[in-house]
Write a protein that binds this ligand. Structure first.
Ligand code: KIV
Length: 270
């Protein structure tokens, strides 16, 4: 009798939500099947972030990212993974107009990619939409603090909460998305004591990026932590130097093509 290999079960939204105050939630972004397959071994969830517009497609901000691009990368990440919950970002302009528009586009993302949840930016102002989506079967991860899709309103990518007078609004955002039914919330680019305070106050897991070690989980953009960007923000720890490694490999390949040492006997068919 042949034994079947045990089927790996994907992490679910309730499993992530139940990690509040427990073992830290590990997450990274990924945009392709091959990197996602590696990240899948270690991450609890993988975010197909709209940062892909800047990281992969050379855009100046995430504002120009179209829905179809998110769906294309979302499909690739789902195909490349087995274990992690896959969360796909809703890009700018696809959810802010009304809860109905948000539902239509979120449902399209979920149907076409088979991801497990979507993420959208905004706190109190998006609470009605978060409630509308979750009540209709779409799990929502919220995103507050520095919300890159609003960078034009914020006047750039600015750390939030430097002035303590602004804390109340961020805390209200965190409570609003919690009460609306979000299963987790990303806290991006906010001063550490504010992120720590929010984490202690709300009942859903907080996922920090440029936030606090007290958050219930952490996320980084994969390419940032792999050293693939010429500039590294303060909140990123660089765990690898892939940028210089890729350049060195391309340089050696170019030199070997030029002097005809590639392909050698080892790489040709006789
Ligand atoms: O788009 C993205 O990669 C994100 C993370 C930075 C949280 O939203």
């Amino acid at each position: 009798m042949s034994s079947q290999p045990e089927k790996i079960r994907r992490n679910t939204v309730p499993q992530i939500a139940n990690r509040k105050g427990g073992e830290p939630i590990i997450s990274l972004t990924s945009y392709h099947a091959h990197t996602a397959a590696i990240v899948d071994k270690y991450a609890d969830f993988i975010l197909v972030g709209d940062s892909l517009g800047m990281v992969m497609h050379g855009m100046d901000s995430t504002v120009g990212v179209p829905l179809d691009l998110m769906i294309m990368h979302g499909k690739a990440v789902v195909r490349g993974t087995q274990k992690a919950l896959i969360v796909v970002d809703m890009p700018f302009g696809t959810y802010e107009e009304s809860p109905n528009v948000a539902f239509r586009n979120a449902a399209k993302i979920m149907k076409e990619t088979s991801c497990g949840a979507i993420k959208l930016e905004g706190g109190a102002r998006m609470a009605e939409t978060v409630k509308f989506l979750t009540e209709r079967g779409i799990p929502v991860m919220a995103h507050i603090g520095l919300t890159p899709q609003s960078s034009h309103v914020m006047g750039g990518f600015k750390t939030q909460g430097r002035d303590e007078d602004t804390w109340a609004a961020h805390i209200a955002d965190a409570h609003a998305v919690t009460d609306a039914g979000a299963f987790a919330v990303v806290l991006e680019g906010m001063v550490e004591p504010l992120a720590s305070k929010i984490t202690k106050e709300i009942a859903i897991p907080t996922i920090g990026i440029g936030a606090s070690a007290d958050c219930d989980g952490q996320i980084l953009v994969l390419e940032d932590m792999l050293g693939m960007n010429p500039w590294t923000p303060k909140f990123v720890k660089v765990y690898g130097q892939l940028g210089p490694m890729i350049e060195d490999s391309v340089k050696r390949y170019a030199a070997e093509v030029k002097d005809r040492s590639f392909p050698s006997e080892d790489e040709v068919y006789r």
